[in-house]
Design a protein around this ligand. Structure first.
Ligand code: ATP
Length: 591
């Protein structure tokens, strides 16, 4: 119960703005329950005065009143239920948006530690489970509580002694619910976890379908899915069995209670202390009373099951973003593009050793600085620090001499454009994919960016030109073409600082050759930090930094470093094919 309280107090604030609707719904619930109570009393009156007496005259009055009460109950019930669904869905909308907003601010390692499918499940299934607790839970509790109060009051009013005798049995329902709650929560947790695992396996398998087909891994993938699906099936069947057991148990208790009432009633009628109408109404109240009492017990079970979802959402909401906006940010200024790193060190959360140690560099406006080094040296980590995905554990990084931690995040990322290693494509048209570099840019600007990125010709040749739909993993365009679209996007962004992470990775030498000119145009006039294994553009660089084991081990121009015959000379050596996997450097140099 403590868990339910905690989860409730955490998510209840999200109902702000809709609480008056909740009050209105509870109002509808009260009126509907009152209407139901009145209709049973009218039924008693009809039985005693019209049915038993065989009097048609005594029929019309109560019948008309009953019809009016039923119509009122139906209208209010409809209104209340529609309002409840609307409010519940608004809650889901808000909660999902809140979790999604939070997830988007989380650092890259969070996504490496959580499977994507599981996160998807948390944002869909678990969000709905919380709604069951907060909105439907409140409405359901109010509805069950008011109905129970009205029916009991009516039963007491009819025959208080008989009513008390039957109320004694009511706690049986709550006891039964308590006994079942723990086991149902366990099953619900297993089910939610298995749900996440199934979504993950399906997503991973579909994303990896080429590997599956090429390496005949169909059987393995099927087994993986089967394992998770069976876990889900077991949990789901266990949960359903427990609920059903509870339902059936309650059903038997209820029958026992109704029979007890009828037995007592028959005795009372035979002693002339009760009319048939009263007995029927009394039995009806007791029959009507048990479902809400049972619902209260069932609600307890639903709430406990929902805490399983709450726990999984809290795991996300409690994950802290690695960086936050400065409390006292510097005001925006026209950025010139001075980038400096002073003694930066960094260790990933939970990692055993530092990924960067005491790295310093400077890049003046318009300069090209190439950062190279063996795989795992810490190059991409440096890019993550420059974009402030993380703050360094030691040292400081500055833009135009201002520490990045004092620059508003939005402004920082507006002024530092990233061309990531993996070409990121949005689901949308080519135009949308380019314009997201600078939302609001006009068609002419988009086209100019595409021309500069050597993308205009092939885009114009597409069936719908700039309006052709593309998506991640699209087959309509080659890797090199997609890269050029990404270059057009970065071009449009017109940020004074550019970070290129392995701009030619994954491209064959012909495709790589085609992106070199666009890249040169993109870099011109901008401070560029290029992280790369492919040293074809290194001779253009104002400075080359060689990182190894997280430390800066060499720096200088291409010629200086070649002359030094150190790591760089080895990396750039024409025969060291392993160090130069991306392209034939000699070929590219001649472009
Ligand atoms: P590559 O050229 O292969 O892309 P890199 O030089 O860019 O390599 P980084 O990706 O910066 O290397 O990684 C530097 C070190 O940090 C590596 O030892 C890597 O294992 C480690 N590392 C990277 N990401 C994480 C993470 N999320 N958690 C822990 N360690 C990490």
């Amino acid at each position: 119960m403590r868990e339910v309280r905690e989860a409730f107090s955490r998510f209840w604030p999200l109902t702000r703005g809709d609480r008056r609707w909740l009050v209105a719904i509870v109002g509808c619930v009260v009126v509907a329950a009152l209407a139901e109570t009145a209709s049973i009393l009218l039924f008693a009156e009809l039985t005693d005065n019209a049915l038993e007496a065989g009097s048609l005259a005594a029929f019309w009055g109560p019948a008309g009143a009953w019809l009016a009460v039923a119509a009122l109950g139906a209208s209010v019930g409809y209104l209340g239920n529609s309002l409840a669904t609307w409010t519940a869905e608004r809650f889901v909308l808000r909660l999902r948006a809140k979790v999604f907003r939070h997830v988007q601010d989380l650092p890259p390692h969070f996504f490496q530690q959580h499977r994507q499918g599981d996160l998807v499940e948390r944002l869909t299934g678990d969000v709905e489970a919380i709604e069951q607790m907060v909105v439907s839970g409140v409405v359901g509790t109010a509805s069950a509580a008011f109905s129970a109060v009205f029916y009991s009051a009516a039963a007491l009013w009819l025959r208080w002694d008989l009513a008390l005798a039957t109320f004694v049995l009511a706690p049986l329902f709550l006891l039964a619910a308590r006994r079942f709650a723990g086991r149902i929560k366990e099953a619900a947790t297993d089910e939610r976890v298995a749900d996440g695992a199934i979504t993950s396996v399906v997503e991973e398998s579909l994303g990896n379908v080429v590997l599956t087909q090429a390496y005949n891994r169909r059987g393995d993938e099927e087994k993986r899915l089967d394992r998770e699906a069976r876990a889900w099936m077991r949990a789901s069947v266990r949960g359903a069995r427990l609920s059903e057991m509870y339902e059936q148990f309650v059903e038997v208790v209820e029958t026992f209670c109704v029979l007890a009432v009828i037995g007592l009633g028959v005795w009372e009628i035979s002693a002339d202390r009760m009319t048939l109408g009263q007995l029927l109404a009394f039995a009806a109240f007791i029959g009507y009373l048990y479902p809400p009492v049972r619902n209260l017990g069932q609600l307890g079970l639903t709430l406990t099951a929902a805490t399983a979802g709450a726990h999984r959402l809290n795991e996300i909401l409690d994950a802290e973003p690695a960086v936050t906006d400065p409390a006292d940010p510097v005001r925006a200024w026209p950025v010139r593009g001075w980038v400096s790193v002073h003694g930066a060190g960094f260790r990933y959360p939970g990692a055993a050793r530092d990924s960067l140690t005491d790295v310093s560099l400077t890049a003046s406006p318009g300069e090209l600085v190439v950062v190279t080094g063996p795989s795992g040296a810490g190059k991409s980590t440096l890019a993550k620090l420059l974009l402030r995905f993380y703050d360094p554990s030691a040292g400081v990084l500055c833009l135009d001499g201002v520490p990045l931690t004092d620059v508003p995040l939005h402004f920082l990322r507006e002024n530092i454009a990233l061309l990531p290693q993996e070409t990121l494509i949005l689901h949308g048209t080519v135009r949308e994919n380019i314009v997201c570099g600078r939302p609001g840019a006009g068609d002419e600007e988009i086209e100019a960016a595409a021309v500069a990125a050597a993308a205009h010709d092939f885009v114009a040749a597409l069936p719908h030109g700039y309006d052709t739909l593309i998506a991640p993993g699209t087959a309509a365009l080659s890797g090199g073409q997609l890269k050029r679209i990404a270059i057009a996007r970065a071009m449009l962004r017109a940020a004074p600082v550019l970070i290129l992470d392995e701009p030619t990775a994954g491209l064959d030498s012909m495709a790589a050759r085609r992106v070199v000119q666009p890249l040169r145009r993109l870099m011109s006039g901008r401070t560029t930090i290029m992280i790369t294994h492919d040293l074809s553009l290194a001779p253009d660089a104002d400075r080359i930094l060689v990182v190894d084991g997280g430390r800066l081990v060499e720096s200088g121009t291409h010629q200086e470093l070649l002359a030094r015959e150190g790591i760089y000379a080895r990396l750039a050596g024409p025969y060291d094919q392993e160090a130069l996997p991306a392209a034939n450097p000699a070929g590219l140099l001649s472009v």
